[in-house]
Design a protein around this ligand. Structure first.
Ligand SMILES: [Zn+2]
Length: 191
């Protein structure tokens, strides 16, 4: 997301909850460029099953080595997302709302977060997570989502954090759960 989007969205703070819905409604198709533009930047549509297949294919080729690759790609994306929002004047305490909008209304799953900014700890739960739905695994597999959340956390806190997925829908848990902690933190949150 560009600074342009963040600025435009921040201009609509009073209507933030419905803002992302209206983003989809505002999608415009530029026929001459074959681009879908939403608040000024281009997006592409990709089926979630295709995205999961991409992850599965890399894991089949690379084994567990694929996991940090997806994690790092997403961490960079999450950090960029957060930096753009920060540049546009978004306060750190507003990030849970932003994450909720982009994940829940972006089709990534129903997100619930509990964030302690003082301790730089967070628990993020996602029901029907896009990278785990229709998938079975004997271990957590949502490395992309985990990396994205970690990237956001590091950009907002401006410190290194430790992130992990502790529950995963693909493993049979009722939802995916991600924990972000400051390395020196001793106490833990619980939802
Ligand atoms: Zn998961």
């Amino acid at each position: 997301m560009s600074l342009r989007i963040a600025t435009k969205l921040n201009d609509k703070r009073e209507d933030r909850k419905s803002c992302f819905c209206s983003l989809i409604e505002q999608a415009e198709y530029d026929k001459s460029r074959a681009e879908i533009r939403i608040v000024g930047v281009d997006w592409i549509l990709i089926r979630s099953s295709t995205f999961r297949a991409m992850i599965h294919a890399t894991e089949k080729m690379l084994g567990s080595a694929a996991e940090p690759i997806w994690w790092e790609i997403a961490k960079h994306a999450g950090a960029e997302f957060a930096k753009e929002l920060l540049k546009a004047g978004t306060a750190p305490e507003e990030f849970p709302t932003w994450l909720e909008m982009f994940f829940t209304q972006g089709g990534w799953g129903v997100i619930t977060s509990k964030i302690d900014l003082t301790k730089k700890e967070a628990i993020i739960r996602i029901e029907n997570c896009a990278t785990a739905r229709e998938t079975k695994s004997n271990k957590p597999i949502c490395h992309f989502v985990s990396g994205f959340i970690s990237g956001v956390a590091e950009a907002v806190s401006n410190e290194v954090t430790e992130g992990s997925e502790t529950k995963c829908l693909a493993r049979g848990d009722p939802f995916c759960e991600f924990r972000i902690e400051h390395p020196l933190s001793k106490e833990h949150l619980s939802i």
